[in-house]
Write a protein that binds this ligand. Sequence first.
Ligand SMILES: NC(=O)c1ccc[n+]([C@@H]2O[C@H](COP(=O)([O-])OP(=O)(O)OC[C@H]3O[C@@H](n4cnc5c(N)ncnc54)[C@H](OP(=O)(O)O)[C@@H]3O)[C@@H](O)[C@H]2O)c1
Length: 232
Amino acid sequence: MKIEGSVALVTGANRGIGVAFCRALLARGAAKVYAGVRRPEDFAEPGLEPLRLDVTDPEQIAAAARTASDATIVINNAGIQAGPSLLEGSLDGARQELEVNYLGTWAVSRAFAPVLAANGGGALVNMLSVASWRSTKRFPSYAASKAAQWSVTNALRVALREQGTLVVGVHVGWVDTGATAGVDEPKTDAAEVAAQTMDAIARDEPEVLVDETARRVRAALSGPLDLIYPTG
Ligand SMILES: NC(=O)c1ccc[n+]([C@@H]2O[C@H](COP(=O)([O-])OP(=O)(O)OC[C@H]3O[C@@H](n4cnc5c(N)ncnc54)[C@H](OP(=O)(O)O)[C@@H]3O)[C@@H](O)[C@H]2O)c1
C-alpha cells in the first residue's frame, strides 16, 4: 500500500523502535501519525499527534480507535521484557509480558480492524522478534509472549484478508534501544527496522526478516532442531 498520504498509529511511540517507526512514516510522506504513548504530557516529538494509549487498558484502546478513526496503518510496537529466568523468580513478569506483547497486540488489532476496513483495508503491522521462533533460558517468557503474538498475527492475516488489510510481521534479533542497553551483542539500528518495514508495507509484503539472525532462524524452522538449538 502507499505510505504517502496515509494516516498511521504507532503504539509505544515515545522511544526505541516506536519513535523510529514514527519518523520513518513521516519521512515517507504519511499525512498524519498518531503516537500512542502512556504519558502524552511527557511527549514532545515534533510532527506527531500524541494519543494516550496503554495497550492493556480497554477503555484507552476504545477511545484511541474513536480518535484515530481515520487510521490506514496501525503498528503494534509496544512491548516489554519483564519475565524471570527459566528456573527461578516470580512469574508475575511473565504474565505482564503476555498482557502487553500478546493480549495488547490482539486487543488493539481487534479495535482497529473495523477502522482499517472502513478506510479501505490498509495495513496492520506487528513488531515481533526472532524470539517468536527461538527461546532462551534467560528470556523464556518473553519468547513465549512473542510466539503467542506471532500466532495471533497469523490468525489476523487470514481473518483480515477479506477486508483487504495487509498484515505484516516484523522479525529481528537484537535492536539498539534502551531495552537492550545491557546486551553486549551486535545490534541493528532501530531506523533500519523501520526502513525495512516501510519497504514491506509499500510492496505489500507480509513478513520482514530484518537481520541475518531472523533470516537464519526462519530458514532453520524446516530443518533439524539443532540448527536452532545447537548441542555442541
Ligand atoms: N530491542 C530489541 O532488541 C527488540 C528485538 C526484537 C523485537 N523487539 C520488539 O520491539 C518492540 C519495541 O522494543 P524497543 O526495544 O523499542 O523497546 P523499548 O525501548 O523498551 O520501548 C518499549 C515501548 O513500549 C511501550 N510500552 C510498554 N508497555 C506499554 C503498555 N502497556 N502500553 C503502551 N505502551 C507500552 C513503552 O512505553 P513507556 O516509555 O511508557 O514504558 C515504550 O514506548 C517491542 O515489541 C519489542 O518486543 C525489540
